[in-house]
Design a protein around this ligand. Structure first.
Ligand SMILES: Cc1ncc(COP(=O)(O)O)c(C=O)c1O
Length: 392
């Protein structure tokens, strides 16, 4: 009887995924702010700016009417507008029928993994990498296969490393991201093309997370959709478009996957929130505002790249894109969790421990998000400097 009652209250093994530590640091930072502390928030990867004006105005206008379910694949005019974005940005003629609107890129990952993989399939990921890739894969019964990256390949997954892993034990899929989180590094277009070609030649399905496109400073990011029609591209309105809380994103999928994904999304969510879709379509008209926000990030990047080495944090990965700086802290600590906690409590700067992104070497790294204001960046450098000279 006792056993039966216990069974009724035991969550499934697949739900036992690790928490996303950045969200835990966010909660700790918010708790300190509640007590009156002033914290510089560099832990969660989200723009400080609101959605662009045209998006806000379109949402306000839509609120006057009926907010109903939409087509499962997304409002047709939004799908067409996204397809046009590929022509404008990458010179790619894309059939809107291949565009699927999702609940953020997070919703896109669930649809991609469900439609591409069977339980037990092995999916390669760059290490360090965005933690939910591995956690979602595990929850769906797939096996994340972490592949180490190094300076030699700009901290990106290389074709050589992928093939070596595939030879050791076959791999069915690979997730690539450029610009990447947490490193902020990018792949050159030829490295991306090589990786896709090699993967596809071996029957390895490619998913390209392009959520940080638009936020590229070192060189222009190339879309994988231009390099192969078999790749699944995932993108979002969260970052460049400053719409994290609206929970709207999109996928570009091969023709064969449109209907299966429509059936999955229809069952899982019916449709993506209508108001967010209306706002997302209008957001494309707010490009000037979004470019101004991007220029702000460029200035923040300059402040950190110049300022952090002066206060002792002089080793970090190339700061190519997104809004992250991944700093090597091994001069000061080999426990990034403890380091991040002390930095938050003693210096009032919230950053995310590398352990979140890299179970192997993350103890030596800290991720700073520079999506705040320039004044905050200056203050963060100053606070970190003062703290590092005083901290035991
Ligand atoms: C690399 C990467 N992919 C996907 C996401 C998920 O974003 P969203 O679901 O808001 O589109 C994030 C969020 O930080 C991210 O950094």
């Amino acid at each position: 009887m006792l056993e039966t009652a216990k069974r009724l209250l035991t969550p499934s093994k697949r739900s036992d995924v690790p928490s996303f530590m950045a969200m835990d640091v966010m909660a700790a930072a918010a708790a300190l702010e509640d007590k009156g502390a002033r914290i510089i928030r560099m832990e969660v990867g989200q723009p400080a700016a609101p959605a662009p004006g045209p998006a806000l105005r379109a949402a306000q206008a839509a609120l006057g009417g009926r907010i109903a379910y939409t087509e499962t694949l997304g409002i047709p005019s939004l799908r067409r507008r996204i397809a046009r974005h590929y022509a404008e940005t990458y010179g790619l003629a894309l059939d809107p029928a291949r565009v699927v609107v999702t609940t953020g890129s997070s919703g896109g990952f669930i649809l991609a993994f469900l439609s591409l993989f069977e339980p037990g399939d092995r999916v390669a990921l760059a290490n360090p990498g965005y933690p939910p890739y591995r956690h979602i894969l595990s929850a769906l019964g797939c096996e994340p296969v972490l592949i180490e990256t190094s300076a030699a390949t700009r901290w990106a997954l290389s074709a050589k490393a992928l093939i070596a892993a595939h030879r050791a034990k076959p791999i069915q899929g690979v997730v690539i991201a450029s610009p990447a989180n947490p490193t902020g590094t990018m792949m050159e277009a030829d490295a991306l093309a090589r990786l896709i070609a090699v993967a596809e030649a071996k029957g390895i399905r490619v998913i390209s997370d392009e959520i940080y496109h638009g936020l590229d400073y070192a060189f222009a990011a190339e879309t994988a959709a231009k390099l192969s029609e078999r790749v699944v591209v995932i993108n979002s309105f969260s970052k460049y478009f400053c719409m994290t809380g609206w929970r709207v994103g999109w996928m570009v999928v091969p023709d064969n996957f449109v209907r299966p994904i429509e059936r999955l999304q229809g069952n899982l969510a019916i449709s993506v929130p209508a108001l967010s879709q209306v706002a997302a379509e209008a957001a494309f008209d707010g490009r000037d505002e979004m470019e101004a926000v991007k220029h702000g990030y460029e200035e923040n990047r300059r402040i950190l790249v110049e300022g952090l080495p002066k206060v002792g944090l002089d080793k970090f990965l190339p700061v190519d894109g997104a809004f992250y700086l991944y700093a090597d802290i091994r001069r000061f600590s080999d426990d990034s969790l403890d380091f991040a906690k002390r930095l938050l409590n003693e210096a009032g700067v919230a950053a995310t421990p590398g352990m979140d992104f890299d179970p192997i070497d993350g103890k030596h790294f800290l991720r700073f998000c520079y999506a705040g204001s320039a004044a905050e960046m200056h203050e963060a450098v100053q606070r970190i400097g003062n703290w590092l000279t005083m901290a035991p």
